[in-house]
Design a protein around this ligand. Sequence first.
Ligand code: SF4
Ligand code: FES
Length: 199
Amino acid sequence: MSKKVHLQIDGRDIEAEEGMTVLQAAQSAGISIPTLCYHEKLQPYGGCRLCIVEAERNGSTRLAASCIHPVEPNQVIRTRSEKIDRHRKTLLELLMAHAPDSPKLQELAEEYGADRNRFEQEVAFCIHCGLCVRYCAEVKKLNAVGFIDRGIRKEISFIPEIAAKECNDCKDCFPLCPTSYLQAAFVLVESLAFPRNGK
Ligand code: SF4
Ligand code: FES
């Protein structure tokens, strides 16, 4: 049986299991923390930093991404504060410069008072959460979609040889995408590389 870890989240005493992340412990207690790159079936990734919380231990406080931060005994966690909300607001404003029409981002922007026009728009649609790439690799074991390039030039790309065989019967990654870019990228590669019915 796994060891229990007692910690405090938002003033509540929580009993978690050793090895859980702070996000999992919070979710198991019904405390909601916003996420963009987390999925319960995938390895911890820690890419988007939206799930940041304040973690206090032995008198010092630091910001930590709750989806990769393990629970520690007697830790005091805050999931909302002025500092956290400011961080999330700025992050959402930056992401909305790339994907202003994403319903998921719009919903979060409303909650955190984020202004979608704060930063100059450089619409790229994909916000690099990696959910599609990791889900296809880790859960489906297909690797039909991957990242190409790095840094600001990074983008997802379907591998036509694999996608032609596997994707039409799957499409499990489509609903994971917070921006719907994935679906558009698939339709494009399908029409260029393996059109159905000769279209
Ligand atoms: S296409 Fe969508 S799911 Fe895939 S990395 Fe980009 S935003 Fe995330
Ligand atoms: S959900 Fe934790 S970093 Fe993205």
